[in-house]
Design a protein around this ligand. Sequence first.
Ligand SMILES: [Zn+2]
Length: 350
Amino acid sequence: MWESPELSCIAFQRYGKPAILAGSKLIRVYCMQPYQDHAPAIARLAGEIVDRYESVVGRVEPLTLNIAFAEGDFPGYFSDGLILLSSEDLQNYARNTNIRAFYKLLAHEIGHLWWHPAMYRLEDLVGAQWYVEGFTEYASVWSSGEVYGVSEYERRLDYAMERVRNTTRLKPMSEYSYWDYSTIPYNKGFMMLDSLTRLEGEEAVFHFMRSMRDAVHDAGRDRIDAELAIRVANDVFGKDYSGFFDHWIRGIEPVVLRIVDLKDTGADDMRLLTLESNQTLPMPLEIAIKYPDDTEVVTPSVKAGRPEIAVPVRPGASVIELDPRRTLFRTEPLLQNPSMTLEPSAQTMR
Ligand SMILES: [Zn+2]
């Protein structure tokens, strides 16, 4: 319906409300009857979302944003400053039902102003959905969390992890195209940035997201791939992020982490805990060793093919917990259940 400029013009004249200045943008909202009176409030909501994004990733073009609702059942659509939502979305908004879902959808589509390179066609974005959709999804969930509280963010994160865990035919994110109609790059891309936030903090991650946006813009139809993310991340964070993005964008093999040994060293009843992993983990692994009076936390890096991750365990240790705060296992969808029991010693791991 939007392919013909004449047709869309007619529709706009019939349904459009005058543009309002909201946030830094001119925003027009086109609602079908009998919902036209909701247009100004939706424009203001869109303006708030724009403001919220601009406060963390700065301003971007274009100045004008058109939001239209159309008949039919389809997910949100974005193309270069035009956002198309369905009549059902508008009805939900008007009835004040499922308002969080409406906010989240609108925030996602508006987020594409930052993370959707206008000069790329969909076929140019094969393998780049982790960027276009994943970054946008992270931003929209972050924005939802700002409005509805951290519990809303956590709920969305849990949902994303469930979706990824329950997918039987997982491909590397670098192999998805829009024709797969898969939510994996949305959810896993969001989880990747959540994981990065746990490592670097929110502000630094927004700096990275803005830098990625600029790099994609400057690249002008170059490939948006893991190499680009690694280059930008190394620059922004000042350390080597090749393992992290390799793991998230190109990997699918489940991480297997297991205890090899808990053996006596012969010295002062000290024992040595040895772990091995089949691949490099994207974050340091926290291990809590509980003693009667205190808990010692060690954070070794786990590298692929290097089984000797040795952790000294002093006498009197009662429990050894891997990832006690669940910072790693919570966001790592590929990791198998870490619970294990040590035999024949009375030590337990969970
Ligand atoms: Zn999208």
